[in-house]
Design a protein around this ligand. Structure first.
Ligand SMILES: O=P(O)(O)OC[C@H]1O[C@H](OP(=O)(O)OP(=O)(O)O)[C@H](O)[C@@H]1O
Ligand code: HPA
Ligand SMILES: [Mg+2]
Length: 167
């Protein structure tokens, strides 16, 4: 079964500046590390998690950074999630001490799979929607389920008609 990804009632547009501030806020919240030590590495869920993971790794001075590629959407529909590329198995273990970073959690399908693979990892996202919130350990901002988040890498500056010139 697949679920429709669009249309959404509302749009939440995130600038590079906002993303940077929110990713930094996420990093600061994670500063204490896991309960029994320090983060052993950061793993970005590609592709949306890469910019946030870079900012988090920089803030927390973590030099070991790897990626996991999870494909869960086919254009506008969501299918069963599958791993296209795994991070280093020796680094990951069961996930203990590993900080997994993504831009957002929506339905939670992507993180559900990641958590199955690395049950002891700490999963962090910048944004979260209610359906997937239970899958993420730390996040910064929640938006409603009917909101589509537009990230800066998916947008471009363009001309907008003045308010009084619009139909
Ligand atoms: O909680 P879920 O419903 O699984 O959705 C969240 C995931 O969907 C998006 O990635 P996408 O699979 O579109 O790939 P991308 O990061 O390469 O854009 C987003 O970056 C998250 O990784
Ligand atoms: O709201 C969203 N914005 C961008 N990518 C996404 N992938 C799942 N949900 C979203
Ligand atoms: Mg993604």
């Amino acid at each position: 079964m697949s679920t429709t990804r669009l249309p959404h009632e509302k749009g939440f547009h995130v600038s590079w500046d906002q993303l940077h501030r929110d990713a930094r806020a996420l990093a600061w919240r994670l500063d204490d590390g896991p309960a029994d030590g320090a983060w052993r590495g950061v793993v970005a869920i590609t592709r949306g998690g890469m910019a946030p993971a870079m900012i988090v790794a920089r803030e927390l001075d973590i030099r070991t950074v790897d990626t996991i590629s999870v494909k869960s959407y086919n254009h506008q529909t969501q299918a069963a999630a599958q791993v296209l590329k795994s991070p280093d198995a020796d680094l990951m273990g069961d996930g203990h001490g590993i900080l997994i970073v993504d831009d957002l959690v929506d339905s939670g399908k992507t993180l559900e799979l990641v958590r199955e693979l690395y049950p002891r990892a700490h999963c962090a996202t910048i944004y979260a929607k209610p359906k997937g919130r239970g899958m993420v350990d730390t996040f910064i901002t929640e938006v409603s389920q009917d909101t589509w988040i537009f990230f800066p890498w998916d947008m471009a500056l363009q001309y907008v008609e003045p308010y009084r010139g619009r139909d």
